[in-house]
Design a protein around this ligand. Structure first.
Ligand code: ZN
Ligand code: ZN
Length: 392
């Protein structure tokens, strides 16, 4: 994620900022312009309205996302022409845990925060959710999210994607629970943003690969996804995580379970890569890696730059960047932030995701399938019986 500047005074601010610490203005991320902006209350213009105060903002009017107004749980603002109370990221949440319970409130806020990062990357890539793109349900674009909590003695909540709906067990927001699962499953990497990126991959496989004319190419690269999914997963778990030579062909051990999981893991990895590169570009990073062939220099490349960089150009900076990143985290006694080493076949799959994303992002937005209908705030639920395609 890039860093931003307050558009009123120029001070450094971040994607999650809600106030400029220099000029004191309220800040919000504008869901239409995809920038951080300084805003001042403008009740004279209408109830709940805010006005841009930066010199380039033209005094445009916005409303804060209802989750900001009600819970301080979102920092997105929507233009007044948007009929919905929630921002485009929050409105994708269909079910949420009962936030009257303080523990659930904290979990839900963390998940929404990670979800806004996913929203940002997808929007920058020109993918839904974006205005004018048809979604799985009227008034929605992009996947629908059910954020569910287990209740003692109740059924398990399985994180997964099914037919446009992404389910996430909110326990994954707890560091101790997520670490326990990561160790139990022998995974080097397990994060909220990783889950969301992975599950969004299943959603976009339906949209872009299956329905977008890439299916034959996909099968050549990833294998035939018509093989029995449940049996494949069972075999994968029976084998355990140390077995197999998955690293020759896959970005992760789990990716070896089935072509769908291979795609979702590779898609998530592509989004990791895009975010790392954008962050690096916003700091104008230059990396020099010493080696037996002499020092190798690389300069940051903005994945959203113009002209759009090709895959090889991005990869040339990614590799030294992740070496630096891991060396920095080791300096602090932390685990590697980027615990991956990609072999040629895994890189070829990553390149395939890049090609699919680029083709989709350059496609003109489809006409809106239906006028956006105002949605209620998501219904809180304590638990739900849902059988999903399970991820881990
Ligand atoms: Zn400022
Ligand atoms: Zn919101």
């Amino acid at each position: 994620m890039r860093v931003f500047n307050c558009d009123h005074c120029g001070h450094l601010v971040f994607f999650d900022s809600v106030q400029c610490l220099h000029c004191g203005n309220a800040l919000a991320f504008l869901s239409d312009a995809l920038v951080m902006a300084a805003l001042a209350p403008a009740p004279q213009q209408g109830p709940g309205l805010w006005q841009r105060v930066g010199p380039g903002g033209g005094g445009a009017l916005y409303r804060m996302c209802q989750n900001h107004t009600a819970h301080q749980a979102c920092n997105f603002a929507v233009p007044t022409g948007d009929a919905q109370a929630l921002c485009p990221s929050c409105r994708q949440t269909r079910l949420m845990p009962d936030v009257a319970e303080p523990a659930h409130m904290g979990r839900w806020m963390q998940i929404e925060s990670a979800k806004r990062r996913l929203y940002y990357s997808l929007a920058r890539l020109g993918l839904a959710p974006a205005p004018g793109r048809a979604g799985p349900a009227p008034g929605r674009s992009g996947p629908v999210f059910d954020l569910l909590a287990e209740v003692p003695g109740g059924p398990p909540v399985l994180t997964g994607h099914h037919n446009g709906t992404i389910t996430l067990n909110v326990a994954e927001a707890d560091d101790d629970e997520r670490a326990r699962r990561r160790i139990a499953l022998g995974e080097p990497y397990r994060t909220l943003i990783g889950h969301l990126r992975h599950e969004s991959g299943h959603f976009y496989w339906d949209q872009l690969v299956r329905d977008g004319g890439w299916l034959d190419n996909f099968r050549q690269r990833f294998g035939d996804e018509r093989q029995d999914y449940a049996a494949a997963l069972e075999a994968h778990y029976a084998q355990g995580y140390d077995g197999g030579d998955w690293a020759k062909n896959h970005v992760s051990a789990y990716a070896a379970a089935h072509p769908w999981e291979d795609w979702a893991e590779t898609w998530a990895h592509y989004l990791h890569m895009i975010d790392l590169l954008e962050t690096s570009a916003s700091y104008a990073t230059e990396v020099t890696v010493p080696g037996i062939y002499g020092a190798q220099h690389s300069r940051a490349v903005d994945p959203f730059g113009t002209p759009a960089p090709d895959f090889d150009t991005m990869l040339r900076h990614l590799v030294p960047l992740t070496l630096l990143l891991n060396s920095l985290t080791r300096s602090l006694g932390q685990l590697d932030a980027y615990p991956f080493a990609l072999a040629e076949q895994a890189l070829a799959k990553l390149r395939f995701v890049h090609d699919v994303v680029r083709a989709a992002g350059q496609r003109p937005a489809a006409p809106a399938a239906a006028a956006a209908t105002p949605l209620q705030a998501p219904a809180p639920v304590a638990s739900s019986v849902i059988k999903k395609i399970a991820k881990k």
